[in-house]
Design a protein. Structure first.
Length: 215
């Protein structure tokens, strides 16, 4: 609290001393970063690294602040850079148990101050997507994924015919920014939110014909 008060006092001082010309954008950016840093602390599984942005997030944040779409060439560079670091299944298996995938999609646990650092994280997929038609509460930031595999004609996700959509689904979950530079979707595999095995199960949830997603 004392650190935060000091940062706030610095903001007031900056505004008072620059009232003639006003603080520059760089001044305000620097001060905002300082306030955030001094008011944040590491606790439990959450570290100070949460405040660090990579080039992808930095460019997308800058475009968002500017209130305009990101430059097309920068967007293409971001997508190419993220595709280069895409991690595919180490054993070649893309499809897991849809039942496990359902549990992961429903769970929002993990990655908060009060969570056990050793527990498995959830995907919190329902926070942004409709997945099962029986679900009564879901977010709408992302599109509905109900009938995801069925609408794409996937009757056997292990077949050669299904390979393109299976690989795309894995890649989109692992690192969405390889396909859409400033996607709102977390890079759940790339960022270590979900493990390779968990991503495999979520892919199964979306593509297995027996999954409630495709009923």
């Amino acid at each position: 609290m004392r650190k935060f008060s000091g940062a706030l006092a610095a903001l007031v001082l900056l505004l008072l001393t620059s009232c003639a010309s006003g603080p520059t954008s760089a001044d305000l950016d620097k001060l905002a970063a300082s306030i955030i840093k001094t008011s944040f602390r590491a606790e439990g599984p959450v570290g100070m690294d949460r405040l660090l942005q990579d080039d992808t997030n930095r460019e997308c944040s800058a475009a968002d602040v500017a209130g305009k779409p990101i430059d097309e060439k920068i967007a293409q560079a971001i997508e190419q850079a993220n595709m280069k670091v895409m991690v595919w299944p180490s054993d070649g298996r893309f499809i897991g148990d849809w039942r496990e995938g359902e549990r992961i999609a429903q769970s929002g646990r993990g990655l908060t101050w009060t969570d056990d650092a050793g527990q498995a994280n959830g995907g919190n997929c329902y926070n942004c997507h409709q997945i099962d038609k029986k679900e009564v509460s879901f977010g709408t930031i992302g599109p509905s994924l109900y009938n995801y595999g069925k609408l794409r004609g996937v009757t056997d996700p292990t077949s050669a015919a299904a390979k393109p959509i299976v690989e795309y689904t894995w890649g989109k979950i692992w690192n969405a920014k390889a396909y859409n530079a400033c996607s709102n979707m977390p890079r759940v595999g790339h960022s270590g939110i979900l493990t390779e095995a968990q991503v495999r199960h979520v892919v199964g949830l979306l593509l297995d014909p027996k999954s409630p997603v495709n009923q």
